[in-house]
Design a protein around this ligand. Structure first.
Ligand SMILES: [Zn+2]
Length: 129
């Protein structure tokens, strides 16, 4: 039984080789789509997000984490550019800012400002807008 299987495989291999030769030499296109698909299916693709290797089942979470981190940085930068050096003239305090997500862009987040007194809270809120 085994020699027959070897023979069948050898014939199949010969047939594929000769078809390949025919198509490579005679066809307009030297690359067969079927061959390209077979090759692509055998290549394992690794994923790297933010310079770290990530298993395929974690890619979605990793991209979500990266986007969230970038949005947090953007919101923090925005707040600090606008009111980072602002202090209450009466109490010398800095404002406290809470950011709540309203969407995927930094512009859509809601920023809530708290201050040591109402006057400073209003001033910081105006400066942030
Ligand atoms: Zn104050």
């Amino acid at each position: 039984m085994l020699p027959l299987i070897y023979h069948v495989l050898a014939v199949a291999r010969e047939r594929t080789d000769s078809q390949d030769r025919e198509e490579r030499t005679g066809g307009q296109d030297s690359i067969r789509p079927r061959a390209v698909l077979e090759d692509a299916a055998m290549i394992k693709v690794g994923f790297r997000v933010n310079s770290r290797d990530v298993p395929p089942h974690r890619v979605g979470d990793a991209i979500g984490d990266l986007l969230l981190s970038q949005i947090q940085d953007a919101v923090t930068d925005h707040v600090n550019r606008r009111i980072g050096s602002l202090r209450c003239r009466v109490h010398g305090q800095a404002p406290r800012v809470t950011a709540a997500p309203g969407g995927s862009s930094p512009d859509s987040w809601t920023l809530t400002v708290e201050g040591c007194c109402e006057a400073f809270q209003d001033q910081a809120t105006r400066s942030l807008q």
